[in-house]
Design a protein around this ligand. Structure first.
Ligand code: ATP
Length: 881
C-alpha cells in the first residue's frame, strides 16, 4: 500500500511538478506574451502618436493651402469685382471722395452704376458697393435718416459729376426740411437744374413726371424703341435730359394718398425707360424689380440689395465745399448754354432747288429731339415777329434763317430787303464792301446805320407798297388771287417771294409824328395784303417797346402769326406762355400760332455769326448768281453820298437851251438813291432858299445846285454869278470854281449890289433873257442893307425872265426880312432846303396852317418844292468830291 502511497506521492509529485512546470511555462509564455503585447502597444502608441502628428501637420498644411487658395480666390474675385465696379462706375460715378472730381462724360451713355459705399470683404483693396440709377432704375433708402441723407447727397453728386452739365434735371420734394436735405445743391436752382416742390406739391410732381413719361413714350420713343437708353445706343442721340426726383418723406406709412401711391408705382415701373428716376427716402415703397434698396445703418451694418447679404459700409456725405463747387460749375455751364452748332447743319444737299410758289420753308435749327425745326412763311403764317433782349442772338437767328433760305431758294424765288435800325452795320455783310466784293445774291437792299433816318424805313415800306400794288394789278390781269396762282399763270414773270427784315423796327414806330403814323399805315396795308402777294415782313425788336408799338393795333399784330422768342423775350408770345423764360442760350421758341403755348417749338439755333462760315456760303452763292443780277443797294446812314454817283447827275448832257434846267440839291432818303431836285422853269416862284447856319451843309447844297446846273449847259449857254458874303464860305466857293464856266462872275459884299441892281433891271425888262442867269448868293442876309430891294425884284420877276436866285439865308426869319418882314408874301420862294431850322419856323413857307415836322440833325436837310411836293422830304447833302 505504502508503495502505492509512495507511488501515489511520486505520482502526485510528478504530477505536481509537471503541473508546476506547465504552469511555469504558461506563466513564462504569458509573461512573454504580455511583454510582447506591451512592446507592441508601446509601438502602436508611438506609431499612433507619430501618425497623429503627421496628420496634424498634414491637416495644417492642407488648411494652409486651402487658406492660401481661398485668399487667392478671394483676391481674384474681389479684384474682378473692383475692376467691374470701375467699369460700371467710372470716374465721378465711383471715385472715393478723397480723390473725387467731376468727370462729365458724353451725353449719350451715363455711368450704369453709382458708388454708395464699399463692401466689407477680407480683401486689402476696395470693392465699391454700387447702385444702378440713370437709365437703370430707382433707389430706395431705408433706415438711419441722417446716414440716408448722406447717401442721397453722395449719389446725386456722383450722378451730376459724371454727366454733362444740364443733362440731369433734379426735382426735390423735402417737406420735412423744406429743401434743407438738399441745401448743398441749391446753386443749381437758378440755372433751372434743381427745382423744389413744396409740401403739398408731391401729387403735382408725380403727375407731371407721369405725364413726362407718357410724352416720351408717345413722341420720342414712338414705338420705335423701348427705352431712351436703347434709342441712344441706336441713334447716338440723347434727346431728353434725365429727370431725377428726390423724395424725402417723414417715414410715415400714411404719407402717400392713394393717388400718389398709384402714380409712384407707375413711375417705379415705367420711369427708368424714359429717363425718369426716383431717389426715395422715408416714403413707403414696395420692393420691386429695378428698385435698389439701401439699408442705411452705422458701422458695418448697412446693406445694399444688389450686393446680397454682404456687409457694406456706406460712404460719408461728400464735403459741402465739393458739392457747392460742382453745382456752381454745372449751373454756370448750363447758364452758358451748349456749344454752338455749325451753320452747315441748316444747308441743303443741293442748293437753289426749291420753289417758293407756295411758301418759303427752311430749318432754323435742331429741336431738343435732334430733328430739324422748319419755319415757314406763306399765306399762313405770313409775317414774323422776333423778340429777344440784346445779346440773346436775334441777329444771329436772322442770319441763320436767311442762310437756310438763301441756300434753298434761288434769287428768282426769293428777294431780301434788309433794314437795321440799330447802330452798327450788321447787315452790311450782305452787300459788296471794300474788303469783300461779294454779296448775297438775293439781297436787293441793305439799310444800315439808319437809326436816325426813319424816313428810310418809310421809303422801304413805300417801295414794298408799290411792289404790292404791282403784284395785285398783275393778279387782277391774270384773274388770280394769290402768288402761287399768279406764278402758275405767268410762269415767265419775275415774282420772287419778298422777305423784308426790319431789325429794331420800334425805332421806325417810335414817336407820334408823321413818320410813325405813315409807317404804321403802310405796315398795316402790307401785312394785310402782302400775305397773298408773297411779301413777308419779319420785324425784330430787342425790347418790349418794339412789340408795344404794335400792340395798339391788334389787327396789325394779328397778321404776325409767326412768333419767335429768344431767351427772356417778353410779350412776343401769348401772355401765359412762359417758354422763353427758361430757354437756354442760343435757343429760341418758334411759334406759328401767334404765341399760343401748345404751338411752341424749341429750336437750337446754329452759329451763323461766324464770318468765315458765312463768307463761304455767300461766296458760293455769289459765284452762282445769274449774270444779270445787280448788286444790292446799300444805304448807309453814316455815309455821305457824292454827286458824281448820282444817276441823275450822270445823265446830264450839256445843251444850248434846256427848257427846264434841273437843280439837284442832295440825295433823297429812299430805296433808289434818287437825287432831290427842283426844276427852274420859267415860272414865278422859281427861287430856291437854303436856310440855316451850318456853313458846310449850306455850301454843299449850293455847290450841288451850281454844279448840276453847269452840267446841263454848253459853255456860254447860261450865265452864272456867285456872291460870297460870308468868309467862312470862301473855301467852298473857291472849290466850286473849277466846275463853273470860266466867265462866271464872282462877287462879295463890296460889289454884290451892282450884281443885284443889274439883275433886277433885267428882271423888269419884260422880255425873256436870251440865256438863263443863275445867281448863287452865299449868306444873303449879310448883304448891304440896300440889297434887299433889288433882290426882292429879282425874286418876284426874275424867274419869268429866266433869272433865278439860289440863295442861302442863315435863318428863316432873315429870309423873311429880305422878303419885306412880317406879313410879306413868301410865294417867291417856290422851293427851300432847311438845315438847322426848326419845323415851326418854316410854317410861312409851307402850305396850309401847319408846319413840317422837322428836327434838325447833322448832314440832313428838309427839302420842299411847293410846285410838286405834298410834304417836305428829308435829303442828304452831297459831300465834297
Ligand atoms: N446760336 C449761336 N451760336 C453761337 N453763338 C451765338 C449764337 N447766337 C448768338 N451767338 C453769339 O452771341 C452774340 C450775340 O448775338 P447777336 O448779335 O445775334 O445778338 P442780338 O440779340 O442780335 O444782340 P444785339 O441786339 O445787341 O445785336 C454774338 O457774339 C453771336 O456770335
Amino acid at each position: 500500500m505504502p508503495d502505492s502511497r509512495a507511488q501515489q506521492v511520486v505520482e502526485v509529485r510528478a504530477a505536481l511538478s509537471h503541473a508546476l512546470g506547465a504552469a511555469e511555462n504558461a506563466f513564462v509564455a504569458a509573461r512573454d506574451e504580455f511583454e510582447a503585447a506591451v512592446t507592441r502597444r508601446a509601438r502602436v502608441a508611438t506609431a499612433a502618436r507619430e501618425r497623429r502628428i503627421r496628420l496634424i501637420r498634414e491637416r495644417d498644411k492642407r488648411l494652409k493651402e486651402i487658406d492660401e487658395q481661398h485668399e487667392r480666390d478671394m483676391a481674384a474675385l474681389a479684384g474682378a469685382a473692383a475692376e467691374t465696379a470701375l467699369a460700371a462706375a467710372p470716374g465721378a460715378a465711383g471715385l472715393p471722395w478723397s480723390r473725387w472730381r467731376p468727370t462729365p462724360a458724353g451725353t449719350q451713355v451715363p455711368a450704369p452704376e453709382l458708388r454708395a459705399g464699399r463692401l466689407l470683404l477680407p480683401y486689402e483693396g476696395e470693392v465699391p458697393a454700387l447702385v444702378p440709377l440713370l437709365d437703370r432704375g430707382h433707389v430706395v433708402i431705408r433706415g438711419d435718416e441722417s446716414i440716408g441723407d448722406d447717401t442721397v447727397a453722395g449719389l446725386l453728386l456722383r450722378a451730376l459729376g459724371s454727366t454733362e452739365a444740364g443733362r440731369i434735371r433734379l426735382t426735390g420734394y423735402d417737406p420735412e426740411q423744406l429743401g434743407g436735405g438738399l441745401a448743398g445743391f441749391a446753386p443749381l436752382a437758378p440755372a433751372g437744374v434743381l427745382t423744389f416742390v413744396g409740401p403739398g406739391g408731391l401729387a403735382a410732381l408725380l403727375d407731371e413726371l407721369v405725364d413726362h413719361v407718357r410724352r416720351i413714350n408717345e413722341t420720342v420713343l414712338a414705338g420705335e424703341h423701348t427705352s431712351l437708353r436703347e434709342l441712344a445706343a441706336a441713334t447716338g442721340r440723347r434727346p431728353e435730359p434725365w429727370r431725377v426726383a428726390i423724395l424725402l418723406g417723414a417715414g410715415r406709412h400714411d404719407e402717400l394718398s392713394k393717388h400718389e401711391r398709384g402714380q409712384l408705382d407707375r413711375l417705379l415701373r415705367t420711369g427708368a425707360a424714359c429717363g425718369v428716376h426716383l431717389i426715395i427716402r422715408g416714403l413707403p415703397v414696395p420692393a420691386g424689380t429695378g428698385i435698389e434698396v439701401i439699408d442705411a445703418a452705422p458701422g458695418d451694418d448697412a446693406r445694399v440689395s444688389g450686393c446680397g447679404d454682404l456687409p457694406v459700409r456706406l460712404d460719408p456725405a461728400p464735403s459741402a465745399e465739393v458739392i457747392t463747387r460742382t453745382c456752381r460749375r454745372i449751373a454756370d455751364e448750363v447758364a452758358a448754354g451748349p456749344a454752338p452748332v455749325a451753320l452747315d447743319s441748316l444747308l441743303p444737299e443741293h442748293e437753289w432747288q426749291q420753289s417758293s410758289a407756295r411758301a418759303l420753308t427752311a430749318p432754323l435749327g435742331d429741336s431738343p429731339q435732334g430733328s430739324p425745326v422748319h419755319v415757314t412763311l406763306s399765306d399762313y403764317p405770313p409775317h414774323a415777329l422776333i423778340a429777344g433782349p440784346s445779346g440773346t442772338g436775334k441777329t444771329n437767328l436772322i442770319y441763320a434763317w436767311m442762310g437756310a433760305l438763301a441756300a434753298r431758294y434761288s434769287p428768282a424765288e426769293l428777294a431780301f430787303y434788309l433794314l437795321d435800325f440799330k447802330e452798327g452795320v450788321s447787315f452790311a455783310r450782305f452787300a459788296p464792301g471794300r474788303r469783300d466784293p461779294s454779296w448775297l445774291p438775293h439781297v436787293r437792299l441793305v439799310g444800315v446805320n439808319v437809326n436816325t433816318d426813319r424816313e428810310f424805313g418809310l421809303a422801304l415800306l413805300r417801295f414794298l407798297g408799290a411792289e404790292l400794288r404791282s403784284r395785285a394789278d398783275a393778279a387782277k390781269r391774270h384773274e388770280v388771287t394769290n402768288l402761287a396762282e399768279l406764278r402758275a399763270d405767268d410762269p415767265n414773270g419775275n415774282w420772287p417771294r419778298i422777305v423784308a427784315v426790319v431789325d429794331e423796327f420800334q425805332v421806325l414806330l417810335s414817336g407820334r409824328d408823321a413818320v410813325a403814323a405813315e409807317a404804321v399805315d403802310l405796315l398795316e396795308d402790307l401785312a394785310r395784303r402782302g400775305r397773298s402777294q408773297g411779301i413777308h415782313l419779319v420785324l425784330a425788336s430787342q425790347d418790349v417797346s418794339g412789340i408795344e408799338a404794335l400792340w395798339g393795333r391788334p389787327a396789325l399784330v394779328a397778321q404776325f402769326s409767326l412768333r419767335i422768342a429768344l431767351p427772356r423775350a417778353r410779350r412776343v408770345l401769348a401772355e401765359t406762355n412762359q417758354a422763353a423764360d427758361v430757354l437756354p442760350r442760343y435757343h429760341a421758341v418758334v411759334n406759328a400760332d401767334s404765341g399760343a403755348t401748345e404751338a411752341n417749338r424749341i429750336v437750337r439755333v446754329p452759329d451763323a455769326g461766324d464770318r468765315e462760315r458765312w463768307s463761304e456760303l455767300q461766296h458760293r452763292l455769289w459765284r452762282h448768281r445769274p449774270p444779270e443780277l445787280a448788286a444790292p443797294r446799300l444805304f448807309d446812314g453814316d455815309a455821305i453820298p457824292r454827286l458824281e454817283d448820282s444817276p441823275e447827275f450822270r445823265r446830264f448832257v450839256p445843251a444850248d437851251a434846256p427848257a427846264a434846267p434841273v437843280v439837284l440839291l442832295g440825295e433823297t432818303i429812299d430805296v433808289e438813291s434818287r437825287s432831290a431836285k427842283t426844276v427852274l422853269r420859267r415860272a414865278p416862284g422859281r427861287t430856291i432858299a437854303v436856310l440855316g447856319t451850318r456853313v458846310d451843309e449850306a455850301c454843299a447844297v449850293l455847290g450841288t445846285a451850281a454844279r448840276s446846273l453847269a452840267a446841263q449847259f454848253t459853255p456860254g449857254a447860261a450865265q452864272f454869278s456867285v456872291a460870297c458874303l460870308d468868309t467862312d464860305a470862301g473855301a467852298a466857293v473857291d472849290a466850286l470854281k473849277r466846275y463853273l464856266p470860266p466867265e462866271t462872275g464872282y462877287f462879295d459884299g463890296d460889289n454884290v449890289d451892282s450884281l443885284l441892281e443889274m439883275a433886277a433891271e433885267r428882271a423888269e425888262l419884260g422880255t425873256a433873257a436870251d440865256k438863263p442867269h443863275f445867281i448863287f448868293l452865299y449868306a444873303v442876309d449879310a448883304a448891304p442893307s440896300g440889297s434887299n430891294e433889288p433882290l426882292r425884284r429879282i425874286m418876284r420877276q426874275g424867274p419869268e425872265r429866266r433869272i433865278h436866285v439860289i440863295g442861302w439865308w442863315r435863318g428863316a426869319a432873315l429870309l423873311r426880312d429880305t422878303l419885306g418882314g412880317q406879313g410879306s408874301r413868301t410865294d417867291p420862294i417856290g422851293a427851300w432846303v432847311a438845315l438847322d431850322v426848326h419845323g415851326s419856323e418854316l410854317s410861312p413857307y409851307y402850305p396850309g396852317h401847319g408846319s413840317p415836322s422837322w428836327y434838325p440833325r447833322p448832314w440832313r436837310a428838309l427839302h420842299f418844292d411847293r410846285s410838286v411836293h405834298r410834304g417836305a422830304e428829308v435829303i442828304i447833302p452831297y459831300g465834297p468830291s
